[in-house]
Ligand binder design. Structure first.
Ligand code: 5GP
Length: 346
């Protein structure tokens, strides 16, 4: 596990609010309670307790409570800083953070929310050896109007003098049982035309029709989870072939899938079949707080479960460079950094 920690890692699938550590959540909870606990559900403290398994539906209930704790700009600044510093401490050299812009009447606008996260990223990049980019999340449970609104926002930032290099794309996440991704395809198409990269949560639960329609668009740059795509894990030959033909990398989050119950065990995780086929995969945390994990821990679980050697782990770290949403020049620079750090390891 020390070895996994010392590896120079790349994190490509981390939701800001889901990444909050116990310390950060307690800090926010105490602050809320000190203010009288307005807006906080009675059961908040019990619901957010760590470590145990939750169904995917229960996870979304946890997010709802965490969002109550992060309903102001000062809290957003705190969580962005804390989460980034924790990834730094875990030897993450490149982080693509993702978050859903939120507005609260009279408290914050979506622009202020994103500004606050971006300023924290800039501050932490000055202080640490980490490069950070942001994916703006569209929540599929919020409907199409909100999605268009979020895309507008992303476009605005992509042209912003101070921030333009920091936004690298769009993520679609949110409860996979809510809404229909097919309806969001026009949004994806426009995002792509504007030069934004696309990472989409796909086949997180069984939904062959939706998955097929989205893959056929040939718009997707990375897949989040992709649990039910490979025929060996409940998908189909057709779905797998579409992913392979387009060479779409998969962001794989073992603890998240196991704890939320979409995958039975580490052994049964689709990491093994895609790896066996030599398809590009990247190990990620998803929500390191909600699922009580770290990126090092995820590497360790993969190493133990699939008997990976040190050289395999190094190759996984290095291969992730190609899956980032950086420009070719930035990838070259990141590869040099990772190689230099790997050289120092024994
Ligand atoms: P935020 O966008 O507020 O920073 O992070 C929390 C949000 O990320 C959740 O409300 C949800 O929309 C999304 N999210 C976090 N984890 C998952 C996951 O495992 N699956 C899906 N589909 N969405 C997730």
């Amino acid at each position: 596990s020390e070895y996994c920690k010392s590896l120079p890692k790349i994190e490509l699938h981390a939701h800001l609010t889901g990444s909050l550590s116990d310390e950060t959540v307690l800090k926010l909870l105490r602050a809320k309670q000190a203010e009288g606990g307005a807006n906080l559900p009675q059961s908040a403290e019990v619901t957010i307790q760590r470590g145990h398994k939750r169904t995917l539906e229960e996870c979304f209930e946890v997010f709802r409570i965490l969002h109550c704790l992060t309903d102001n700009l000062s809290a957003i600044k705190t969580i962005a800083r804390d989460v980034i510093q924790e990834f730094v401490a875990d030897n993450v050299r490149y982080l693509e953070l993702r978050t859903t812009p939120k507005s609260i009447n009279g408290v914050m606008t979506k622009n202020q929310y994103i500004d606050t996260v971006l300023e924290a990223m800039i501050d932490e990049m000055k202080l640490n050896t980490i490069t950070i980019r942001l994916l703006i999340s569209i929540d599929r449970s919020r409907g199409l109007d909100d999605a268009w609104d979020t895309l507008q926002l992303a476009k605005q930032y992509a042209a912003h003098e101070r921030f333009k290099n920091l936004i690298c794309g769009i993520d679609i996440s949110g409860n996979p049982r809510a809404g229909n991704l097919v309806e969001y395809i026009p949004v994806l198409r426009e995002a792509k035309q504007c030069g934004l990269k696309l990472s989409v949560h796909l086949a997180e639960v069984v939904n062959e029709k939706e998955t097929l329609e989205v893959l056929k668009t040939e718009l997707i740059d990375r897949i989040g989870h992709g649990t039910f795509i490979h025929p060996e894990t409940g998908g189909s030959q057709e779905l797998m072939q579409l992913v392979k033909d387009q060479g779409i990398p998969l962001e794989l989050c073992l603890s998240s899938n196991i704890k939320s119950g979409t995958v039975k065990s580490a052994e049964a995780h689709h990491f093994s079949c895609w790896r066996k086929d030599k398809h590009p995969v990247v190990i990620c945390t998803d929500d390191k707080g909600v699922f009580s994990t770290t990126l090092s821990e995820e590497y360790k679980i993969c190493a133990e479960t699939f008997h990976l050697k040190k050289t395999d782990l190094r190759e996984l770290c290095l291969a992730a460079v190609e899956m980032t949403f950086l420009s070719q020049e930035e990838k070259d620079r990141l590869r040099q950094t990772i190689l230099k750090d790997l050289d120092k390891l024994t």
